[in-house]
Ligand binder design. Structure first.
Ligand SMILES: Cc1cc2nc3c(=O)[nH]c(=O)nc-3n(C[C@H](O)[C@H](O)[C@H](O)COP(=O)(O)OP(=O)(O)OC[C@H]3O[C@@H](n4cnc5c(N)ncnc54)[C@H](O)[C@@H]3O)c2cc1C
Length: 768
C-alpha cells in the first residue's frame, strides 16, 4: 500500500520531487502531529513470577546444553555471525537463544516463526530475538526437517530469500548429509540438483526388505545413538514414527552356549575400563609422543605390565570388549590414535539409544521428498573455477552450476575415484590421507520365528581366537521394530577385513554354527533363515569402507580440514567432516545443514561484493530524482510509511534502509490581493484559512525496526511515536537525506540492481 496522495495540488513551484521540509522544524512539526499521545509500547512479557522465570531460564539453558550450546558462552561459529554489540555482551542474547531452541524442540512438528517468539519475549529484546532466530534458523538448529510443514521449498513467508533463486548447487551424494543439505538449500530458495551414484538414496543408511513379510533390515547405520538432542529424533517426531529404546541387558555367551558368569563379566568389564583409564594417563604423560602411538599398542603394554586377564576365559572376555571398541570406531585398535581416538566423547548425545520402527530408510525417503535426485550418476570429475563448477559423471555427461557440495564418503576421497581440477589443496589431501576409514560388516538374517530371548535386543558371543575376536561377536535383534524375526550379526576389526573375501554361503554357515552353539545346549532349535544378506562395505566403490576414525598421526582437526570449502565454490559435507559427531548418522545430517548455511552465506557475500563493486562507481551525491525513484517501488509499505533497504536479502534484520513518512502540514492560505479587509473580517474561522500541504520526512532505519513498526499497531500516529520516542530514530528532511544519506541511497540502488539480477535464474546447463 502506498501513502495516500495529497488532497490538494502542491502549491510550491513545480518540482520533480515532493515537498521539501525545513530541517529545523522537524521536531516541532512532529510533536504537533503526534500531540501528547502516550508512547504505546508493546508488552509481550508472559505473566511469570521472577522465580518461575528463573526456573524456566535454567531449564532452557539445560536444553540448549544438551543440543551442544555452551551454558554461558557463544558457539565459536556463532560469534562472527552476530552484530558486534550482541557478540560483545552476549548474556541476554544467550537467554533468548536458549528460549528459542527450547521452544522449537518442545514442538518440532511445525516451524517456529520469529513473530511467535516475539510474543513471548519482552519488547526490549526484539533485536536479540531477530539475531538469535536468524542465526538458529539459518544454521539449521531450528525449523529444519521433513513432513508437510517442512517442504523442500521456501516457506510462503520467506519471499525475500527468493532473491537467491538464481544460484545453483550440485550436491554429490544422496546420503543423509547430501539430502539434508539439498532440502535446506531448497528451503533457502536456491536451485539444487543431487547426483547420486547408486540407484537408491540413503548411502550408508540402507534398510533392505527381506522375507515374505518384507521385514526391515538395516544393512548400514542402524542405532540412533543418544536420542536427547539427536536431529534424527526430531525427524522421527515430525513423521510420527515410534522409536524403540535399545534395552541395556546384553548377555554374553561362550561358544559352547554357557552364559558368562555375572561376576566374571563384571570383573573383566572393570579390567577393560581400567586399561582405558591407564591408557589415558599414559597419553597425558607422553604428551606429543602419544601422537605416534596406537591405542592398541598402549593397551597391550599396560596389559602385559599388570598381567591382567591371563586366564583363557578372561582373555576371551577382554577380547570381546576390544572387539566392541573396534566396532564403535570401525577400526582396529592397532590403527586408532592413542592421542585422539576419543576426541568426540564430550559431544556424545545424551539419552537412550534407539531403533526406529520400520527402519531408518523411512527418514531417508522423507528427506528425499521434493528433492530432485538423479540416480546412477557416478561423479568422476569436479572442475572448479572462479565463476562456476563443472561436474562430469560416468559416461561423460556434464553438469554445471554455481557451486558443488561434495558429500562422498572419506573412503571415496581416499580412493581418488573422483578427480578434482584444480587438485584439492595440500592440507585437505593430507587430512584425507591421515584420517582412518575402517570397516564394519553385517550378516542380516530373517528367521521363520524368534528363537532367542524376546526380552533382549543384543547378545554377544566370545571367540577363542584373538585374531577373530570381532567375527560375529555381537547380535542385534530387531524383532521389535522390523516386522519380522530379524537378527543381525556384526563383524568388526580385523575380522571385518577378512569377511570381505569370504563367500556369503560360508559366512552364513559360520553364523548359524555360532547360534546353534549358543542355543542348541539350551534345547532350542535354530532354524535356517528365510533370507539373509552379507554386507561388503569395504568393496563397495561408492563408500570403500564403513565410517571414519582417528588413525595414528591424525587428529580431530583433520575433520575440520575436510569440512573446509574451496573458494566458496566447492563445499564438503558428510560424517567425516563433522569433528563433534563423526561416524554417525546424525553427524552426517548435521554436516549437511551446516554446509547449507555456509553456501547461503557464500551466495550472500557474492551478492554483497557485487553491490560493493557498484558503489565504487558512485557519485558523491545520488543523481537527481534518485530518492523519489526509489520510493516509487518501496520494499515495504503500510499506512503513511514506506521503506527501501540496502541489503540484497530483504528480510535481513540488520539491513539498513530509508523510511519515508508522508505527513501533512497546515499552512495559512495566502491572502488574495483582491480580498478587501472587510472580506477578511467576514471570513470563516482560522482553521479554514489553512491549507494542508503534504510533505515527506525520512529516516535511516533497520529492517528489524521497520518490522516492529509494521506489527506494532494499525495507527500511524502510534507508529510515529514508537519510531521517534521508543526507537529513538531521528527524522530528516529531503535535502539532508540526500546529502548525509548519499552512500545509503546509492547502496540501496545497487542492492536493487543485484536483487533484480539474482531474480533471473541461471539454468543448469546440462550437456554431453
Ligand atoms: C555397517 C554400518 C553401520 C553403521 N551403524 C551406525 C549406527 O548404528 N549409528 C549411527 O549413527 N551411524 C552408523 N553408521 C554410520 C552412518 O551410517 C554414516 O555415518 C552416515 O550414514 C553417513 O552419511 P553420509 O551422508 O556422510 O555418507 P553416505 O551415506 O555414504 O552418502 C554418500 C553418498 O554419496 C554417494 N556417492 C559416493 N561416491 C559418489 C560419486 N562418485 N558420485 C555420486 N555419488 C557418490 C554414495 O552412494 C552415497 O549415497 C554405520 C555405518 C555403516 C556402514
Amino acid at each position: 500500500m502506498s501513502p495516500s496522495p495529497p488532497r490538494r495540488p502542491q502549491r510550491r513551484a513545480a518540482s520533480s520531487r515532493p515537498a521539501s521540509y525545513d530541517e529545523s522544524l522537524v521536531d516541532a512539526e512532529l510533536q504537533a502531529y503526534l500531540g501528547d499521545a502516550p508512547s504505546r509500547r508493546i508488552r509481550r512479557l508472559r505473566r511469570l513470577s521472577a522465580e518461575e522465570r528463573q526456573r524456566e531460564t535454567e531449564t532452557e539453558a539445560l536444553i540448549a546444553l544438551s543440543l551442544g550450546f555452551p551454558i554461558d558462552e557463544l558457539l565459536p561459529e556463532e560469534r562472527p555471525l552476530l552484530p558486534p554489540a550482541v557478540a560483545d555482551a552476549p548474556n541476554d542474547y544467550i537467554v533468548v537463544r536458549n528460549h528459542i531452541l527450547a521452544s522449537w524442540r518442545a514442538d518440532p512438528a511445525a516451524p517456529l516463526p520469529r513473530a511467535r517468539v516475539l510474543e513471548t519475549v519482552a519488547a526490549t529484546y526484539d533485536h536479540l530475538v531477530a539475531a538469535a532466530h536468524g542465526f538458529l534458523a539459518r544454521e539449521g538448529h531450528i525449523n529444519f526437517g521433513v513432513s508437510a510443514a517442512f517442504p523442500a521449498a521456501p516457506p510462503p513467508d520467506a519471499a525475500p530469500l527468493q532473491g537467491f533463486a538464481g544460484s545453483s548447487v550440485l550436491v554429490v551424494g544422496a546420503g543423509l548429509a547430501g539430502l539434508a543439505a539439498a532440502r535446506q538449500l531448497l528451503r533457502f530458495g536456491l536451485r539444487v540438483l543431487v547426483l547420486e551414484g547408486r540407484a537408491r538414496p540413503g548411502g550408508r543408511v540402507y534398510t533392505m526388505r527381506l522375507g515374505k513379510d518384507k521385514a526391515a533390515v538395516e544393512l548400514g547405520g542402524s542405532v540412533i545413538t543418544g536420542i536427547h538432542a539427536n536431529p534424527l529424533g526430531v525427524l522421527a517426531r515430525q513423521l510420527g514414527v515410534p522409536l524403540h529404546k535399545v534395552r541395556d541387558r546384553c548377555p554374553l555367551y561362550h561358544p559352547d552356549g554357557r552364559t558368562v558368569e555375572t561376576r566374571l563379566d563384571r570383573t573383566v568389564d572393570l579390567v577393560f575400563n581400567t586399561l582405558l583409564d591407564h591408557a589415558t594417563k599414559v597419553r597425558e604423560s607422553l604428551g606429543q609422543a602419544a601422537e605416534r602411538i596406537s591405542l592398541g599398542e598402549a593397551i597391550e603394554k599396560i596389559r602385559r605390565l599388570y598381567h591382567v586377564a591371563t586366564a583363557e576365559e578372561e582373555r576371551m572376555l577382554l577380547d570381546w570388549h576390544f572387539a566392541n571398541l573396534e566396532f564403535s570406531n570401525a577400526g582396529c585398535l592397532s590403527e586408532l590414535s592413542l592421542a585422539h581416538w576419543d576426541q568426540d566423547d564430550p559431544y556424545e548425545m545424551g539419552g537412550d539409544h534407539c531403533f526406529l520402527a520400520g527402519g531408518n530408510s523411512r527418514l531417508v525417503h522423507a528427506l528425499c521428498d521434493g528433492v530432485p535426485v538423479l540416480y546412477e550418476k557416478t561423479v568422476k570429475r569436479i572442475e572448479h573455477g572462479l565463476d562456476e563448477v563443472s561436474v562430469t559423471v560416468e559416461g561423460g555427461q556434464v553438469f554445471q552450476a554455481d557451486m558443488v557440495l561434495c558429500t562422498v564418503p572419506l573412503g571415496v576421497l581416499k580412493s581418488e575415484s573422483v578427480v578434482f581440477d584444480p587438485e584439492l589443496p595440500e592440507q585437505k589431501l593430507g587430512a584425507i590421507q591421515r584420517l582412518g576409514f575402517g570397516l564394519l560388516n553385517k550378516v542380516a538374517m530373517v528367521f521363520p520365528h524368534v528363537f532367542w530371548d524376546e526380552e533382549i535386543d543384543t547378545f554377544g558371543c566370545l571367540n577363542k581366537d584373538s585374531s577373530k575376536r570381532g567375527e560375529f561377536f555381537l547380535f542385534y535383534s530387531y524383532h521389535t521394530v522390523s516386522g519380522g524375526a530379524v537378527l543381525i550379526a556384526l563383524v568388526a576389526g580385523e575380522a571385518a577385513l577378512e569377511f570381505e573375501k569370504v563367500d556369503p554361503v560360508v559366512a552364513l554357515h559360520r553364523v548359524l554354527s555360532i547360534l546353534r552353539g549358543i542355543y542348541g545346549p539350551k534345547g532350542v532349535t535354530v532354524p535356517d533363515p528365510i533370507q539373509s544378506v552379507c554386507t561388503r562395505w569395504g568393496s563397495d566403490p561408492l563408500c570403500s569402507g564403513s565410517y571414519s576414525h582417528i588413525r595414528v598421526g591424525s587428529s580431530g582437526a583433520d575433520y575440520d580440514i575436510l569440512a573446509e570449502s574451496i573458494n566458496e565454490r566447492v563445499f564438503f559435507a558428510g560424517e567425516a567432516t563433522n569433528r563433534a559427531y563423526p561416524a554417525t548418522m546424525h553427524g552426517a545430517l548435521l554436516s549437511g545443514l551446516r554446509e547449507a548455511s555456509k553456501i547461503l552465506r557464500a551466495v550472500e557475500c557474492r551478492a554483497d561484493s557485487d553491490q560493493k563493486k557498484y558503489s565504487l562507481q558512485k557519485s558523491p551525491r545520488p543523481p537527481n530524482g534518485a530518492l523519489e525513484d526509489l520510493f516509487m517501488e518501496p520494499d515495504l509499505a503500510f499506512g503513511r510509511f514506506s521503506f527501501v533497504f540496502s541489503s540484497v536479502t530483504l528480510d535481513d534484520p540488520e539491513a539498513t534502509g530509508l523510511a519515508r513518512i508522508s505527513l501533512e502540514k497546515r499552512l495559512p492560505l495566502p491572502v488574495k490581493s483582491d480580498e478587501s479587509k472587510e472580506d477578511q473580517k467576514d471570513q470563516a474561522p482560522a482553521v479554514q484559512k489553512a491549507d494542508l500541504e503534504n510533505f515527506y520526512l525520512y529516516a535511516t532505519i533497520t529492517r528489524e525496526q521497520a518490522d516492529r513498526l509494521q506489527h506494532s499497531s494499525d495507527d500511524d500516529k502510534s507508529r510515529l511515536a514508537l519510531l521517534c520516542k521508543d526507537l529513538g530514530v531521528k527524522l530528516m528532511g529531503y535535502d539532508y537525506t540526500c546529502d548525509e544519506g548519499s552512500d545509503l541511497i546509492l547502496g540501496i540502488l545497487s542492492a536493487r540492481k543485484a536483487r533484480k539480477r539474482l531474480q533471473h535464474p541461471k539454468n543448469f546447463r546440462i550437456s554431453r
